[in-house]
Design a protein around this ligand. Sequence first.
Ligand SMILES: N[C@@H](CCC(=O)N[C@@H](CS)C(=O)NCC(=O)O)C(=O)O
Length: 208
Amino acid sequence: MNKPKLVYFDIDGARGEAARLAFVIGGVPFEDDRVKFADWQGRKSNTPFGALPVLELDGQTVAQSNGINRYVGKLAGLYPSDAWQAALCDEAMDAVEEIATSVWSTMSLPPAEKKAQRERLAAGPLPDFLDRLQRRLLAHGSQYFADGRLTVADLKVFVWIRHLRSGQLDHIPVDLAERVAPRLVEHYDRVKEHPAIKAYYAERKVAI
Ligand SMILES: N[C@@H](CCC(=O)N[C@@H](CS)C(=O)NCC(=O)O)C(=O)O
């Protein structure tokens, strides 16, 4: 197989990050094509849906982050082969995608509207979601979301919890996850300690 190319923005998080981590953990060689925001408009029309991430292989392209996570998860040995466990893995990834999108969609709102929207999310939908996600983790053995081992679902949750706690999201309390879903924070710490993840972020000089 030729080397796949993952195309995503030059940030260490958001929708492209779980696939990057899966490549790294699985030791699967890939090209990490990091698009500068200044270059995006020139490349947007060459993507299937005008958005990133996309994955390129042998001159073909596929879009949609969770589909990419599944594909890379299969290459990396981080996606369940059992159909039910795969459905649980998908559930966690799609659930995170849904709630993360509700937060990301506030990014370019005018300041007052962004504040109002984020305060509304922080007062209800976010804690409710964190509680529900935590309960799914507990229901599946407390350690991982599916298959009793690390899968791309854990990477997707890890990336999102990191963003939520990063302090980059104005009007969303940084300690929300600690207060509402401490077992998700334990899960975050567990994933963070994976030797390949530690080494990857150390090399990129990114604090986790
Ligand atoms: N449903 C898509 C959403 C992709 C998406 O909205 N990507 C954002 C970055 S995370 C993007 O490309 N924004 C730039 C734009 O829309 O011009 C997925 O999961 O991949």
